[in-house]
Design a protein around this ligand. Structure first.
Ligand code: MRU
Length: 344
């Protein structure tokens, strides 16, 4: 598999692959200002739950560089204000708040040190490297769930582009391929932002993995015809009972799997599991601009003035999920027991 890292730190700057331009152009943007990093997260330059967490961690590191030039008594407030801004960039993926809080915890005892910035960078780098390792472990555990010759449906992009590298749902697929299995992937286009059509197809084809693009309304037909083996998707937040928020349309895929007797799997690192949230009904669901629904690539196709909704995520109830693939193994129902056990 060819290495692909959408977020990295080089020459004192945070670098992001501008995912809005893929697959047409691979442009790497540079950031030195935490406010600009927050805006890049909101604007989807970087997206995918683990990747926005990593970007926000480096955003805190950039804030720490600014803070280290301030008198010691002002540093904590400077970091707290950057942390608030970064956490507010997108509401659904818990990885964002998780990464920012981890950075603050690491920096709190070091606020008086002259090399505060170096300590912050080390912690952000650790979050990045741990995520890549977690995805590779997800791949190893998930590979066992994928039969040789399988056709796997996936929704959105839960790949290298959505993580530090390697991916979660696509990590499972990569793991199966690396284990020597023949695997074919059906990628839902994922309206309105087209993460499946633009990103999943691009990164799988780049690794030579057999991928076929579907419109979002085709999976039911193909399941009915026996052309799909199972579905594997990523997650933005998994509640304690297993209810899972992921890209809008994921719930529909899970319902189709239930109707057709196919296993529906979720793959995620531990940073996506929110044990403090008892069930999915309280997960905040981001509502994005309706312009993203009435236009594609800046080209409007709906009548001017038409009303449109854009909930960016939905919640799949735990009862529809056959297993949650994590770096520590596959959690099975009842998730109230299996998820907390992963943290012991
Ligand atoms: O709006 P996005 O593109 O950030 O949504 C991404 C998803 O829903 C992914 O499936 C999820 O973040 C898991 S990424 C490993």
């Amino acid at each position: 598999m060819k290495p692909l890292h959408p977020v990295y730190f080089q020459d004192e700057k945070l670098r992001l692959i501008d995912q809005r331009l893929l697959p047409g152009e691979e442009r790497h943007l540079a950031y030195e200002d935490p406010a600009e990093v927050a805006k890049a997260i909101t604007d989807m330059v970087v997206r995918g739950a683990p990747a926005i967490g990593i970007a926000a961690a480096f955003g805190v590191a950039l804030a720490a560089r600014e803070a280290s030039r301030l008198p010691v008594p002002l540093r904590a407030a400077h970091l707290a204000s950057a942390a608030r801004m970064l956490k507010a960039a997108r509401p659904t993926a818990v990885n964002l708040a998780w990464a920012v809080d981890r950075m603050l915890r690491a920096l709190e005892p070091r606020l008086e040190e002259p090399d505060l910035h170096r300590a912050a960078l080390l912690e952000a780098e650790a979050i990045f490297h741990e995520d890549v390792q977690a995805c590779q472990a997800i791949g190893r555990h998930g590979a066992a769930l994928i039969p040789d010759g399988a056709t796997v449906l996936t929704h959105c992009n839960a790949g290298a582009l959505a993580t530090g590298g390697y991916g979660t749902a696509l990590g499972v697929i990569r793991g199966a391929v690396e284990a020597g299995k023949k695997v074919r992937v059906f990628a839902d286009e994922t309206r309105p932002y087209l993460q499946g059509a633009r990103l999943t197809t691009w990164e799988l084809a780049r690794d030579g993995i057999d991928v076929t693009l579907l419109c979002d309304n085709m999976a039911g037909h193909l399941m009915q015809r026996g052309e799909i083996t199972c579905a594997v998707v990523g997650a933005d937040r998994i509640a304690r009972n297993g209810d899972t928020a992921n890209k809008i349309g994921t719930y529909t895929v899970a319902l189709l799997c239930r109707e057709h007797g196919l296993p529906f799997y979720v793959a995620a690192p531990l940073s996506t599991i929110d044990l403090a949230m008892e069930s999915g009904d309280r997960i905040p669901i981001e509502e994005r601009s309706s312009d993203e629904v009435t236009s594609i690539g800046g080209q409007r196709f709906a009548p001017v003035g038409v009303k449109a909704r854009h909930p960016a995520f939905d919640v799949t109830p735990a009862r529809l999920i056959a297993g949650i693939v994590t770096p520590r193994g596959v959690a099975r129902p009842p998730f109230e027991q299996s998820l907390p056990a992963l943290f012991l």
